[in-house]
Design a protein around this ligand. Structure first.
Ligand code: ADP
Ligand code: MG
Length: 215
């Protein structure tokens, strides 16, 4: 469970994307919607612990997320998926996964990589491929597998389907929904694609500094 308590973020004196916002994210999938500039990415950065709010607290299971600093890659309980997959092009898929795991101080294994790839519907032979030999939809699935391999209980995805066609958008959405339904993950997806948002368990909307829970 992720809780935001009276959170505010200000950029300069005028831009206030979050103004005294409180919300509890439950396990399962939540879509964060809102027009460009409404604060979706800001909200995800707060949850990931790579940005600190000006006021208020963000906590996961009652423990505050680590304070953002130049020396921190964010809270280890959260993995982030970006619009562009951000795979390292000169490493194989397996190496991309083990790099992520080992950079968090854990030991990687081929079994763990295979299991993560299987969860996103990719065969184990994918391990030996380089990102550049794969379609953008496949690369995004590898990015989701990399987030899973790390083992964080929270997955935040910032416009994960923003660069994909309709078919791959549906596939990545299927994967995110399955992960949310597995019961052990909290999945938060910022999107302006209503076909993605309407499939999630819960929806919240951002705008003018406020957070609204949608039907
Ligand atoms: P969204 O992801 O919904 O498009 P963002 O969270 O990226 O929204 O941005 C919310 C608002 O905050 C926008 O007006 C944006 O220009 C501004 N903003 C975001 N990051 C910064 C920053 N580092 N410095 C100044 N303004 C920022
Ligand atoms: Mg954004």
């Amino acid at each position: 469970m992720i809780s935001l308590t009276r959170v505010s973020v200000e950029y300069g004196d005028k831009v206030k994307p979050l103004d005294d916002v409180s919300h509890t994210f439950l396990a399962g999938t939540t879509a964060v919607t809102g027009p460009s500039g409404s604060g979706k990415s800001t909200l995800l950065r707060l949850i990931a612990g790579v940005q600190s709010p000006k006021a208020g607290t963000v906590a996961i299971d009652g423990e505050p997320v680590g304070r953002a600093s130049w020396f921190s890659a964010g809270d280890p309980r959260v993995s982030v998926i970006y619009q562009d997959h951000r795979l390292v092009p000169f490493l194989t898929v397996a190496q991309n996964l083990s790099l992520a795991v080992e950079s968090r101080g854990a030991k990687s294994s081929a079994d763990q990589a295979e299991a993560a790839l299987a969860r996103v519907g990719l065969p184990s032979s994918t391990s030996h491929r380089f990102p550049g030999s794969m379609s953008s939809g496949e690369q995004q699935r590898v990015a989701v597998a990399r987030a899973l391999a790390v083992g964080s209980p929270v997955l935040v995805a910032d416009e994960p389907t923003g660069a994909l066609d309709a078919e791959n958008t549906a596939r990545i959405t299927d994967v995110l929904l399955e992960l949310g339904q597995s019961g052990d993950l909290t999945v938060i997806v910022a999107t302006h694609d209503m076909s993605v948002a309407e499939r999630m368990d819960q929806r919240i909307g951002l705008g003018a500094g406020r957070l609204l829970v949608a039907a």
